[in-house]
Design a protein around this ligand. Structure first.
Ligand SMILES: C[S@@+](CC[C@H](N)C(=O)[O-])C[C@H]1O[C@@H](n2cnc3c(N)ncnc32)[C@H](O)[C@@H]1O
Length: 278
């Protein structure tokens, strides 16, 4: 059994790695932007804060869809990703800031909307973080957060973890610790947000088939997934080239049935959680 714990060190290693695979990651996740931005109801010019904006793919989609006169402000704890986001855009109404949103204070509630695509599952102290984020929203302001559903419903991720587990033997994931599936139990997430002071918290599901890496054949998709998801590549490299080769071969075989017209697309479930400050 490999007891190395998977760490989500976004300010350094994990953030740098996300940046390295940014174009493919964003191409894979882009489909989630449409339902997420719809859930945000951008009906009048407004000030929007994006939590964990990464390289700014969603930030740009928000700018494109928000009414004229809106200001979009992306925050991320990874300096590398904030610099990448800035380098990709040059609009006065699109701002990026390097900050830990769980502790960053504002002197007055400056935003009409809070939004996040998969950027709220990694806080060390979630109640402290969400209670702080509540103070970012003015009274009557609303939020929309996208978080992953259960691994069993997110076959794109489960298959990759299963293969790495088969070749290495991974330590089981610790429930309620930082990680992509932390809020798979969406009712518990709703309760947490209510405890943090948000009101009218509700959720709906989005299901779709995501193109792994944005549009690869099985062999490339397997290489992308093992290199970019979690810390699988580091664990596999520690175990030696033949172990990596075995994992890549097995994952390619499992991805192959999902390949159509040269693109591997695999089922995903996302919870879209919305609410307000009243
Ligand atoms: C899974 S990535 C998603 C990035 C981007 N939203 C996207 O969908 O492409 C999670 C992001 O949340 C950021 N993040 C994690 N904890 C954070 C914190 N406490 N404050 C600000 N950003 C944070 C990470 O640096 C990372 O960019």
């Amino acid at each position: 059994m490999n007891q190395k714990k998977i760490q989500y060190d976004w300010p350094s290693g994990r953030g740098d790695k996300w940046c390295e695979h940014l174009v493919c990651m964003e191409a894979m996740l882009q489909a989630v932007d449409t339902p997420l931005i719809e859930a945000l109801s951008l009906d009048t010019p407004c000030r929007v804060a994006e939590i964990g904006c990464g390289g700014g793919g969603t930030t740009q989609a928000l700018r494109a869809q928000a009414p004229k006169g809106s200001v979009i402000h992306g925050f991320d704890i990874s300096k590398t990703l904030v610099e990448a986001a800035r380098a990709r855009t040059q609009y006065d109404d699109l701002l990026f800031e390097h900050a830990d949103v769980s502790t960053k204070r504002h002197s007055q509630a400056p935003y009409d909307r809070l939004v996040s695509r998969f950027g709220v599952m990694f806080f060390k102290e979630p109640l402290v973080a969400f209670s702080n984020l509540r103070t970012w929203l003015r009274e009557g302001g609303t939020f929309a957060f996208a978080v992953w559903g259960a691994p069993s419903e997110n076959v794109w991720a489960k298959m990759v973890r299963d293969v790495v587990d088969e070749v290495l033997g991974l330590a089981p994931s610790v429930p309620d610790s930082p990680g992509p599936f932390r809020y798979a139990d969406v009712d518990a997430f709703v309760s947490l947000l209510e405890e943090a002071g948000f009101s009218d918290v509700t959720h709906r599901s989005w299901r779709g088939a995501l193109p792994v890496g944005g549009g690869f054949v099985a062999e490339e998709a397997a290489r992308f997934a093992l290199s970019s998801f979690s810390s699988f590549r580091e664990l596999l490299d520690d175990a030696g080239a033949d172990v990596y080769a075995r994992a890549h071969h097995t994952l390619t075989e499992r991805f192959a049935p999902y390949e159509r017209d040269g693109i591997v697309r695999i089922d995903a479930l996302v919870h879209l959680v919305t609410g307000a400050v009243s």
